[in-house]
Write a protein that binds this ligand. Structure first.
Ligand code: G
Ligand code: G
Ligand code: MN
Ligand code: NA
Length: 254
């Protein structure tokens, strides 16, 4: 209830900002994608984690204006980066089920791209498995429209949710993000190691790109590269950082 009240007016009061986490090519180490992550510094409550305020925003409907703000802000940042060493990276944003269900979602995405002079392949939307089961027929249609536009669709937290393997062929996905719960134990647990290996093999056979999340050690990065995981994300590569810090990160690796 307290969060709900504080969320009202928080966009206008400029209390939200985005941080950006690098996703690199596992072979070359080159920066390939950047995930935008929402942060809220509330004047009433101080910093509040998205794990706490996103569910509240979903319940109240605030996720719609907030999600639109994220989309616009991330595209505007990409437009700035186009003149820099970041010119050919893709930006990934997290999208909630409610946003996808809104009838004007595809139009909103397309307008944000046009307004900021971006081409659709520079944008990727991250969805969770939960999104796919709620109103599956509609979601399938919306994803088909987004893919037709050229926007990438990525399945986040893969393996933790309500996974049905049929989703992988039913929906128009191009990337699987292997959840950090599996990546965490890959060096020490044979089970996790086998599981990640199997997910990667399956992804390859379906023509999907694979991102490992939560990569925290050089050992994990080496194993994942050897298994054929295309991209790596996690504290071992970089924490989520500010736009200026990300520019320096990309400069160092260019
Ligand atoms: O950045 P952090 O690990 O604290 O994120 C916690 C959770 O909040 C993650 O599940 C992440 O996907 C989600 N999240 C972060 N930013 C956004 C956003 O802009 N929109 C939505 N819907 N979820 C977000
Ligand atoms: O659900 P989603 O994958 O969007 O969540 C991303 C969240 O994971 C972000 O809040 C980010 O801060 C967090 N995160 C990113 N890399 C790592 C990591 O290496 N370890 C841990 N524990 N969390 C991470
Ligand atoms: Mn994500
Ligand atoms: Na995730």
């Amino acid at each position: 209830l307290v969060i709900d009240g504080a969320l009202r007016g928080a966009i206008e009061a400029n209390e939200f900002y985005l941080v950006y986490q690098a996703i690199t090519n596992s072979h070359t180490g080159k920066l390939t994608k950047v995930e935008a992550l929402l942060r809220w510094n509330s004047s009433l409550l101080g910093p509040v984690s998205p794990d706490r305020f996103i569910p509240v925003a979903e319940d109240s409907g605030m996720i719609i204006p907030l999600g639109t703000w994220v989309l616009d802000q991330a595209c505007r940042q990409m437009a700035h980066w186009k003149q820099s060493v970041l010119d050919d990276v893709t930006i990934s944003i997290n999208v909630s089920a409610w946003q996808l269900a809104a009838p004007d979602f595809v139009a909103l995405v397309s307008q944000a791209l046009i307004r900021n002079g971006l081409s659709p392949h520079q944008l990727e939307l991250e969805l969770t498995e939960r999104v796919l089961i709620e109103d599956a027929a509609n979601v399938q249609a919306v994803l088909a429209q987004l893919r037709a536009l050229g926007v990438g669709i990525s399945l986040d937290d893969f393996g933790t949710g309500y996974s049905s393997l049929s989703y992988l062929t039913q929906f128009h996905l191009n990337t699987l993000k292997i959840d950090r719960a599996f990546v965490m134990d890959i060096e020490h647990s044979e089970r996790s190691n086998n599981l990640v290996h199997a997910i990667i093999a399956m992804g390859h056979s379906l023509g999907l790109q694979l991102v490992a999340e939560g990569v925290e050690t050089a050992g994990q990065a080496a194993i994942l590269e050897k298994m054929g995981c295309h991209y790596l994300q996690g504290y071992h590569i970089s924490r989520p950082i500010s736009p200026d810090e990300l520019l320096r990160f990309a400069d160092d690796r260019a």
